[in-house]
Design a protein around this ligand. Sequence first.
Ligand code: NAP
Length: 288
Amino acid sequence: MSSPALPGGTLLQGDLTLSRFGYGAMQLAGPGVMGPPADRDAALAVLREVVELGITHIDTAGVYGPRFTNRLIREALHPYPETLHVATKVGAERDEQGGWPPAREPGDLRRAVHENLEDLGLEVLDLVNLRLGNAMGPQPESVATAFETLVELRQEGLIRHLGVSNATAEQVAEARSIAPIVCVQNMYNLAHRQDDKLIDELADEGIAYVPFFPLGGFSPLQSSALSAVAARLNATPMSVALAWLLQRSPNILLIPGTSSLAHLRENVAGAGLRLSPEDLAELDTIGR
Ligand SMILES: NC(=O)c1ccc[n+]([C@@H]2O[C@H](COP(=O)([O-])OP(=O)(O)OC[C@H]3O[C@@H](n4cnc5c(N)ncnc54)[C@H](OP(=O)(O)O)[C@@H]3O)[C@@H](O)[C@H]2O)c1
């Protein structure tokens, strides 16, 4: 494995050294994140390139495919390099329409953790996020029973570190009152700035913030200000969006998704772009 310096360097969370430039594996499943990828060899090649590039943080979930993406990760990369950390999520399932209904009863969570272990070929999961809310976003409700189940699974030696996802600030606080967390994974990007305050608070507490949909997800980011800054810097809008996140706060870990080798390389190359105070001020107008 080569290890060229990746944009953003690394962040230490608990005993995990995570490259701030990580990889989100959701795009590797078939259309609608259901079934196998259209081009299996291409998906395996993307995963192998992730490791070749020196990335040490892959984000996945048993619900991608479901189960197809985790099995691809295992096929491409097992036995895993010691430096690689695969973070997964539990707390949802897939229905026949491709929906993502919650599945956060203790039995659901136990089953999901065991399926992740089996599909990834691991005896212990480095990082498990409790996925809260629903497809509409975070929903106010207690996380206690579900989070306590994950704490039990950690005490049983099946999980090393915990996080929460799709969570309100109140749910982050409730989870932290039960057990330490190393990260919060919520939707956030240049155009969706609802977690600005939370990111700063977590940075002060040494907790990572992992924005999902960093490039806009299923609706790619589009903005005249973003295009203008990108044109001025002779860069792509995606590079600017990723560079902005890395510069937004030192506790941010990137997990951009792609099924394309070319996009993966382009994103790694572009995210190191240095944005000036003028660029940042112009980009700041997008999500305000
Ligand atoms: N916790 C949660 O509830 C939750 C929800 C959603 C996602 N996630 C996680 O967050 C990760 C990132 O989210 P995401 O993949 O949905 O969205 P994203 O990273 O915002 O965007 C991915 C999309 O951008 C495209 N793309 C990537 N690089 C590009 C480039 N250089 N030029 C043009 N298009 C480019 C990809 O298409 P190509 O494949 O063609 O490159 C894909 O359609 C996921 O993989 C998943 O691990 C978590």
